[in-house]
Design a protein around this ligand. Structure first.
Ligand code: NAD
Length: 520
């Protein structure tokens, strides 16, 4: 990893050796934090990139005060004007795409084109949000009472807390922050402590836009430890919505804490995604989708393909092709153009992967490829692995879990109904897919007795969703929906309005409540 590249990327994005961990959006919005130092290490080399002075509880309170003031002004700005702000943010993101994408690669270890792709996703969401800013519409319904009009409208919610996972440190901010912003909310962003620099870079990128529109307090950032920042955020009744992306274990804690104060949570949690491969599918397409799904982002996407449920008749043929393809995958420095798989996020993730493979074998599985630690010359401190292929049965306890690493379980089936049953027989319900040329099989998979996931694809892998659809999953994935479609409704409060423009006061349901001498 070249020091020169790192230095130019950091300079371009305004990252210093030591940074503050709280900001209210504008170029003067940094708060002199006084908490513990947090060092961001690159998973590529294991070397430190830069550090952050984390926020304390009192820094949290200061940011909340600015957020509250910011909201009072921002909610009265017409939504299409808020859309203009997001449009300017999209312009900055286009200008900074290269640098921000490179920083994402540096901090997460995902390959260069995926780092760039993540910024493109931010741009796409921004463009989508600009259009949305003119479409935040409610319904009008006919009143049962004469001379009455009834309709519903959507108001901004207030301060939205955004907790993000390390693996999409920028895109998940945009899914929430940009849509919430056109809705008139202000944002309090708490990133993963594994990827704090990307969060700081986002703040620096948008600061000129915040300055131009004088909206300090709308896009707030806070980086800090659980006791100082995480818990206050979850317990704070000034925050009506917490949108949390991360593991199911985290989601259970967030859901419980936020529910205890009757706040709302929007949860985007772990997946255990499978592709069903039928015997009459286009096998080459299925193979390519499996490769990107299982090995892309080193198996560290919520939508990564973790299980292949394949018809017995083609299993051996597919496995041979898959192993051949795995042997070709270039693993190493994700900043290099020809690398297809970078490192895992840290040594803990590497240890978790090794442990999961050992457990799988103990439970009866067979490791057929990879699953080893890898030393890349010059990058010995990085957490590199060879992706693993494991023949297993769906009911093994380890197969039921999401291991956030490139482990692909191969499971056989004979009847499609069994394949679908096994497919659904896991606690998570995020993304799913079937490869088949049979219309009947496609329709079964998409029917009420088919996939139980939030995302169900035909002849497309599990990984890499477009932003136009609502994104999220069922069961232990948390039930949240973000991004496209009508996911914006999560960030607003619905109000039903009834207006009486007549001379009488009829009650609903025909109730009579007459008091002598008061009504005509
Ligand atoms: P994680 O659960 O360890 O952390 C996620 C975030 O939650 C971090 O910001 C962390 O600081 C915070 N957090 C953890 N415990 C908390 C608590 N008690 N209170 C407040 N905040 C808390 O997850 P990770 O390792 O960063 O990311 C990987 C996980 O995220 C995987 O399970 C993956 O499937 C999931 N993920 C889901 C989606 C989705 O859209 N469904 C997207 C990306 C990642």
């Amino acid at each position: 990893m070249e020091q020169r590249i790192i230095e130019s990327v950091l300079k371009d994005l305004g990252i210093k050796n030591k940074n503050y961990g709280a900001n209210s959006g504008s170029s003067t919005g940094w708060i002199k934090t006084g908490g513990k130092e947090l060092v961001s290490y690159s998973p590529i080399s294991g070397q430190p990139i830069a550090s952050i002075v984390q926020a304390t509880r009192s820094n949290y309170d200061a940011i909340m005060t600015r957020a509250k003031t910011g909201f009072e002004k921002f909610r009265m700005m017409p939504a299409p004007e808020r859309g203009q702000i997001v449009r300017d943010i999209a312009t900055v993101l286009r200008e900074k795409k290269e640098a921000l994408g490179a920083l994402i690669t540096l901090e997460t270890g995902k390959i260069k084109s995926e780092g760039q792709g993540e910024v493109q996703e931010m741009i796409d969401i921004a463009d989508f949000s600009v259009g949305l800013s003119r479409q935040l519409h409610g319904l009008t319904m006919h009143s049962e009472r004469p001379f009455h009009r009834m309709y519903e409208q959507w108001h901004p919610l207030g301060i939205v807390g955004i907790i993000t996972a390390f693996n999409f440190p920028a895109a998940v901010w945009s899914w929430n922050a940009l849509i919430a912003a056109v809705c008139g909310d202000v944002i309090l962003f708490k990133p993963s402590s594994k990827t704090p620099l990307t969060a700081i870079a986002i703040q620096n990128c948008i600061a000129p836009v915040v300055d131009k529109y004088d909206i300090d307090g709308v896009f707030n950032l806070i980086i800090g430890e659980r006791a100082e920042v995480g818990d206050p955020l979850l317990n704070d009744s000034r925050i009506p919505l917490i949108s949390a992306t991360g593991s199911t274990a985290m989601g259970k804690k967030v859901a419980t804490q936020v529910a205890a104060r009757l706040g709302r949570s929007l949860l985007e949690l772990g997946g255990n995604n499978a592709i069903i491969i039928t015997k009459d599918c286009n096998l080459e397409m299925a193979l390519r989708a499996t490769l990107f799904g299982a090995v892309g982002t080193a198996g560290q996407r919520c939508t990564s393909t973790r299980r292949i449920i394949i018809h017995t008749a083609i299993k051996e043929q597919f496995l041979t092709l898959l192993i051949k393809a795995y042997e070709q995958i270039k693993i190493g420095d994700p900043l290099k153009d020809d690398t297809l798989m970078g490192p895992l996020i840290d040594s803990q993730a590497q240890a978790n992967m090794m442990q999961a493979i050992e457990t799988a074998v103990k439970q009866g599985a067979k490791l057929v490829y990879g699953g080893t630690r890898l030393k890349i010359p010059g990058l010995e401190q990085g957490s590199y692995v060879t992706p693993a292929i494991v023949e297993a049965a769906n009911h093994y306890p380890i197969v039921q879990e999401e291991t956030f690493a490139p482990i692909l379980y191969i499971i056989e089936y004979k009847e499609l109904e069994d394949a679908v049953r096994m497919h659904n027989d896991v606690p998570q319900g995020l993304s799913s897919s079937i490869f088949t040329d049979s219309i009947k099989d496609q329709e079964l998979f998409l029917s009420h007795k088919g996939s139980d996931c939030g995302i169900a694809n035909v002849n497309i892998g599990t990984s890499g969703a477009e932003i136009g659809g609502a994104f999220g999953g069922e069961k232990e994935t948390g039930g949240g929906r973000e991004s496209g479609s009508d996911a914006w409704k999560n960030y607003m409060r619905r109000q039903t309005n009834t207006i009486n423009w007549g001379e009488n006061l009829p009650l609903a349901q025909g109730i009579v409540f007459n008091i002598k001498g008061v009504q005509k």
